[in-house]
Design a protein around this ligand. Structure first.
Ligand code: NDP
Length: 498
């Protein structure tokens, strides 16, 4: 038998077709509370969209560990044979909730593992590096990707002005403008934890670690022209692909790998291993296979399980720790804070964010404290320490001390950093076709920006490789129908600025 429709207070609804009016021609009566309730609910259906990574696609799955890294980490979810339920959310960075899926942008690759010792979140991207290494620059960078305050349009001038004044962005810009800048859907791209994290073991030894998720579906990407055609037909191509594949039982998988660096090596590497604009070369720190990630269940309700999902790099578990990465530390604050704002103080009691292990804490009250903010099992134990058998700290979860040295000051994050060498290594990996598409994509993206900004950026390309600058210069000329100008690009951005 069909269930009886009720009000949200449980009373039966006698009529859900006709509002209550004074006579058949109206007007409606204020006492038609269910009409008011229905309209009021509709007005409240949206929550603040994420400032970054607003448009997303997600699914549930499992992490299976097949390798043995128990000598590096005590994390239960990473022990041989462990199977951990998880949630993934992929996203574009800059577009709003209604943006088209197949746009050229970095993709978020956010993972939540429901481990026996609490939720562990890895909030990465489909690229191993990022545009900036100092979090003080993050809000400015994001402003250049979003809408201009006056025109309310995206501004290539702002993007290239910022990038050309921030050479540490060159590595990420090159990946973004390469073939990998528009994956055909989330299953055909890699994921990277991007930040350096740490592992620690029972003996209290620390290792630095990078996480990699290699697509088993193979890399597949759209050119700009292909993406334009897709967007012309559907703005939801990623949602359709991810949902459709899982619905058909074609479960996407990623090979899970880690790179591990002994703690003291961090003082020896020529590059700063905690710099988010750098990778660890595979030749120096070979990726180790540790398992498989599989997505195998679509959400029952997109809003409840994906829009409400709150991923934050602050969520770590025993055996996994942070690192001195400045960007990581800023995100530890800002991601959790975004969710407090977006979802409310008690966002971790929303079912999709709830740990699947016992939770005991002394936080209390506040908006939406519907599941009992104090989780101690005893009404008298609402502070700590107490004499009422309330939950206590567990020293075994204490990670080894982070060895740090240095005076507190505002160090120039550009001093001693090579922003070009790793980009040269990447450029040298590209074949001629990849290079030509990179040049054309850059020329298109730079179209219409002021010449002085373009020249400043070309100076950076030249420092990566003379062919890089020449290729972009030629592609720009082809785009505008002009002959390429003879290169007068100065050798350094400083010279360009002079
Ligand atoms: P390797 O030759 O050992 O590694 C090359 C890496 O580059 C592989 O992980 C490969 O990823 C990736 N790659 C290949 N083609 C592209 C592409 N078109 N766009 C983006 N990445 C690509 O060299 P190194 O480890 O010394 O790295 C050289 C450069 O490769 C780096 O400077 C960096 O730009 C890039 N890279 C390095 C990564 C790392 O963790 N070391 C990770 C990703 C990129 P895959 O195996 O998935 O195809």
């Amino acid at each position: 038998m069909t269930d009886r429709m009720t009000t949200s207070a449980g009373a039966p609804i006698p009529d859900n077709q006709n509002s209550e009016t004074a006579g058949p021609r109206g007007p409606v009566l204020l006492q038609d509370y269910q009409l008011i309730e229905k309209l009021a609910h509709q007005n409240r259906e949206r929550i603040p969209e994420r400032v970054v990574h607003a448009k997303g696609w997600g699914a549930h799955g499992v992490l299976k560990i097949t390798g043995d890294i128990s000598r590096y980490t005590k994390a239960k979810a990473l022990q041989p044979g462990a199977e951990t339920p998880m949630l993934a959310r992929f996203s574009t960075v800059a577009g709003e909730l209604g943006a088209a899926d197949a746009e050229r942008d970095v993709r978020g690759f956010a993972l939540k593992f429901y481990t026996p010792e609490g939720n562990w979140d890895l909030v990465g991207n489909n690229t191993p590096v990022f545009f900036v290494r100092d979090p003080l620059k993050f809000p400015d960078f994001i402003h250049t990707q979003k809408r201009h305050p006056k025109t309310n349009m995206r501004s290539p001038t702002a993007m290239w002005d910022f990038w050309s004044l921030s050479p540490e962005s060159l590595h990420q810009v090159t990946i973004l403008m390469s073939d990998r800048g528009i994956p055909v859907d989330p299953t055909h791209m890699n994921g990277y934890g991007s930040h350096t994290y740490s592992f620690w073991n029972d003996a209290g030894e620390r290792y630095w670690v990078k996480f990699h998720f290699k697509t088993e579906q193979g890399h597949r990407h759209f050119t700009n022209e292909e993406a334009d055609q897709v967007i012309g037909k559907t703005r939801e191509s990623y949602q359709e692909a991810l949902y459709g594949k899982i619905d058909r039982g074609e479960f996407p998988r990623w090979k899970v790998q880690v790179q591990i660096m002994p703690e003291l090596d961090a003082e020896k590497t020529s590059y700063n291993p905690f710099d988010l604009t750098k990778v660890w070369p595979h030749g120096e720190y070979p990726p180790i296979d540790i398992g498989v990630l599989e997505l195998n269940r679509n959400p029952e309700n997109y809003f409840a399980e994906i829009e409400n999902a709150a991923f934050s790099p602050s969520n770590i578990v025993p055996g996994i720790g942070f690192s001195p990465d400045k960007m990581l530390q800023a995100r530890i604050f800002s991601y959790a804070d975004a969710h407090r704002h977006r979802l409310g103080t008690h966002y971790e009691t929303i079912p999709v964010n709830q740990p699947k292990c016992p939770v005991h804490h002394y936080h209390r009250d506040g908006q939406m404290n519907v599941f009992g903010g104090v989780k101690t099992g005893n009404p008298d134990a609402y502070y700590e320490p107490n004499s009422f058998n309330g939950p206590k700290e567990d020293k075994s979860a204490q990670e080894p001390p982070l060895r740090l040295s240095g005076d507190a000051t505002r160090y120039n994050h550009r001093d001693g950093n090579d922003d070009y060498g790793q980009v040269t290594a990447l450029f040298n990996l590209f074949d001629d076709g990849q290079k030509n598409r990179l040049f054309a994509n850059l020329a298109a993206a730079m179209s219409g920006i002021p010449e002085e900004i373009a020249e400043r950026q070309l100076a950076h390309f030249k420092r990566v490789h003379p062919d890089y600058e020449a290729g972009v210069r030629k592609a720009r000329a082809t785009l505008t129908g002009r002959e390429p100008a003879i290169s007068v690009t100065p050798n350094t951005p400083q010279e360009a600025a002079e």
